[in-house]
Design a protein around this ligand. Structure first.
Ligand SMILES: [Mg+2]
Length: 214
């Protein structure tokens, strides 16, 4: 990985990259699985199966993803998530890393598949707004992906290839980075296992602090 000081802008994923919500998501999924009489999963299994678009992950676990049930379980997931999210927090080194990058004169933003209002609220809850020039979320709860928003955002930023680093925790982050011409690095503590992240063949880190170590 290039020294982070060589970048002009950092695009952050939120869930699983700054916000440590893997256990929360696995717990909620187990509740939904139980209600559907489907086998429950461990956190490791969750990390082996979670994917974007999120509907594919529900399908892989055996959920009925016909229109009606998909809408029902999506809403159920979000309401459970919203009710319990404040029991979870950002990674312990997240704010120090954001602060340090900011001190290098590098601007930062968030590009997330989380619904905009919820993203705004949670970032404000952790008092992190001062580090970001923009929070880019989705206008719905279905987490299909963030490629379109990424393409729009990079155009608006106006940076050239190699000037932006995207930090994420899933293969989707890596695909988005490639499509928008950004370098990327994946954190191995998030929503997908190391074995799956390796498929991307890009640098991997085991803690956010590694970003500012060299
Ligand atoms: Mg993520």
């Amino acid at each position: 990985m290039k020294n982070i000081r060589n970048y002009k802008h950092i695009i952050w994923d939120w869930n699983g990259t700054l916000f440590d919500d893997v256990e929360l998501c696995a717990n909620i999924m187990n509740k939904l699985l139980e209600e559907a009489n489907l086998p429950k999963i461990s956190v490791d299994e969750y990390r082996d199966i979670f994917t974007f678009p999120v509907i594919d992950y529900y399908k892989a676990l055996g959920h009925d993803v016909g229109k009606e049930n998909w809408e029902k379980i999506s809403h159920q997931f979000i309401s459970e998530y919203e009710a319990n999210k404040y029991e979870f927090t950002i990674y312990s080194d997240a704010e120090d890393v954001l602060k340090e990058i900011d001190s290098f004169g590098i601007t930062q933003s968030v590009l997330s598949a989380y619904k905009q209002e919820m993203l705004d609220e949670l970032v404000a809850h952790f008092n992190l707004n001062k580090y970001f020039i923009r929070l880019v979320g989705l206008d719905n709860i279905y987490a299909a992906g963030k490629l379109d928003n990424g393409l729009k955002w990079i155009k608006e930023l106006g940076f050239k290839k190699g000037e932006v680093l995207l930090v994420g925790d899933t293969l989707h982050d890596c695909e988005v980075a490639e499509a928008i011409g950004a370098d990327s690095v994946l954190l191995s503590l998030g929503h997908q296992s190391k074995d799956r992240l390796r498929l991307c063949k890009i640098p991997m880190i085991d803690s956010l602090s590694e970003l500012i170590k060299n």
